[in-house]
Write a protein that binds this ligand. Structure first.
Ligand SMILES: *[C@@H]1O[C@H](CO)[C@@H](O)[C@H](O)[C@H]1NC(C)=O
Ligand SMILES: *[C@@H]1O[C@H](CO)[C@@H](O)[C@H](O)[C@H]1NC(C)=O
Ligand SMILES: *[C@@H]1O[C@H](CO)[C@@H](O)[C@H](O)[C@H]1NC(C)=O
Ligand SMILES: *[C@@H]1O[C@H](CO)[C@@H](O)[C@H](O)[C@H]1NC(C)=O
Ligand SMILES: *[C@@H]1O[C@H](CO)[C@@H](O)[C@H](O)[C@H]1NC(C)=O
Length: 429
């Protein structure tokens, strides 16, 4: 009995009641649907995370247990201990969530809505709640665009491109109505309550959202796990997609490519790309393996240590990008995935991630814009990861615009926002 009550106490502590409450109250203003109810209408939303939860998290950061370093080269085993100690101290003493939250609310128009269960493999008939940024252009001729982020990001991955796309200074440039949701389990969108929200089911969720907003035809912009969603979207909802713009068109080598590689018959470009893919799979993909096999096991630890979670997501973000993060950015980016609970977002790998899942479903005919940002400065072995040979992309995609940039890494909308803006405009002009 003693053990059982200790267990139940443990579980009570694991669920963050304060934040859950604040998400529930947000949900209740969004009129959750029953199956027979008419489609929900989006409601304006103000981000307002429970202050007690933010304080409890700060206290946890202040109690961060330092790790004794060994004399390995920096980043050899993970983020450096000195940097983690410093960011924990900053979180405990200087970080100001309320200021960040004010910025999030002031800069963008936020909404909350409910979409019906997407069916398919999703194991629940309950509707799903979604938070999204909806920034409308003043221009009558604006083109709607839906942005799909991946892990470890949220809708704020797009914070530097939203306003310039919405209201270009130059009237001859195309303008856009931007819709940028948080994937379920990320940011302010609660996690799905059941397994089975895979690529096709996510696509149906966002197609429902766009239909609610009255957008019949729109551009899709995808990256990372969002690209897995897009690869289903462009087939299942093809007539709705004007153009699929992606900065993450990943093509894995076929058996024939690997045989040519082994026999030194690949081109220099193919060799560099296959080497980077191998470098990722060999040295940098452990996080994805764990997320897609034992997300709950890992979530207990990460949910209990905000600084530990920050380190886990920082390692990946640093490895694949050339973003030079400030402590404020590191903490905010971690918090946005920590607030809903990390289980829901790391678990999405179990539904979305796989070497096959980045390949489009066929027939894929939607006009496609492929943007490649490479040259991340931190690991030579990953420098060509985004440089899929163009003819490999053309094996499956109807490429209408192709652009390769020498840098930008995995988060170009954060590190090279102007290039992303220019490419979207040029591709849709
Ligand atoms: C909001 O906009 C200000 C001014 O452009 C910027 O400094 C800040 O980083 C933005 N905050 C967010 C969350 O986008
Ligand atoms: C969803 O509803 C359908 C029809 O009522 C039912 O057959 C099915 O078992 C339900 N599925 C779940 C996961 O509840
Ligand atoms: C391919 O090239 C490498 C390095 O030049 C060489 O070691 C290897 O033997 C070559 N393999 C074949 C099958 O030619
Ligand atoms: C993995 O990392 C090790 C150590 O840095 C390196 O020697 C090796 O080449 C890397 N593997 C690949 C496939 O890039
Ligand atoms: C590719 O897209 C263009 C532009 O929409 C379209 O005209 C063409 O038919 C598509 N090609 C294929 C092979 O689907």
């Amino acid at each position: 009995m003693q053990a059982a009550s200790a267990l139940s106490k443990m579980f009570t502590q694991i669920a963050p009641p304060a934040i859950l409450l604040s998400l529930l109250s947000a949900t209740s203003t969004a009129h959750p649907l029953s199956d027979s109810a008419p489609a929900s209408q989006p409601k304006p939303y103000t981000v307002n995370v429970d202050a007690d939860f933010i304080e409890e998290t700060r206290v946890k950061a202040s109690q961060f247990r330092q790790t004794e370093p060994i004399e390995a080269p920096a980043w050899f085993d993970g983020p450096p201990t000195s940097e983690m100690n410093a960011v924990a101290k900053y979180w405990a003493e200087d970080y100001d969530w309320s200021k960040v939250q004010d910025g999030i609310n002031k800069n963008f128009s936020h909404f909350y809505t409910t979409v019906p269960s997407p069916g398919g493999n999703y194991g629940s008939n309950e509707s799903l709640d979604l938070h999204f940024i909806h920034q409308r252009s003043k221009r009558d001729d604006a083109i709607p665009i839906l942005f799909l982020h991946g892990w470890p990001s949220t809708s704020l991955e797009w914070e530097k491109v939203i306003l310039p796309l919405t209201d270009p200074k130059d009237d001859s440039q195309p303008a856009f109505h931007v819709v940028a949701p948080d994937l379920p389990g990320y940011g302010f969108s609660p996690a799905p309550k059941a397994p089975g929200l895979g690529g096709p089911e996510h696509a149906t969720v966002f197609a429902s959202l766009m239909a609610q907003l009255g957008y019949d035809r729109y551009v899709l912009y995808s990256t990372d796990l969002g690209t897995v969603v897009a690869m289903n979207y462009v087939v299942d909802y093809a007539p709705r997609i004007i153009n699929h713009v992606t900065d993450f068109y990943l093509v894995f080598p076929t058996d024939d490519d690997n045989a040519r590689y082994a026999a030194n018959q690949t081109t220099a470009e193919e060799t560099a790309y296959i080497s980077s893919i191998n470098g990722y799979l060999t040295n940098h993909s452990a996080y994805a393996s764990i997320h897609s096999t034992l997300p709950l096991s890992l979530a207990y630890a990460l949910n209990d240590s905000p600084v530990g979670f920050l380190a886990w997501r920082y390692e990946l973000a640093w490895s694949v990008s050339d973003v030079d993060y400030t402590f404020d950015e590191l903490i905010t980016d971690a918090l946005l995935l920590y607030i809903p609970g990390v289980y829901g977002n790391i678990r999405s790998y179990k539904e979305l991630f796989g070497l096959d899942s980045f390949a489009p479903k066929v027939p894929y005919t939607v006009p496609t814009t492929v943007l490649q940002f490479g040259g991340n400065s931190h690991y030579v072995e990953l420098a060509n990861f985004n440089y899929v040979p163009k003819d490999w992309v053309e094996r499956t995609a109807n490429v209408t615009y192709f652009k390769r940039h020498e840098k930008g890494g995995h988060f170009p909308a954060l590190s090279q926002p102007q290039w992303v803006i220019d490419d979207i405009r040029a591709a849709l002009a």
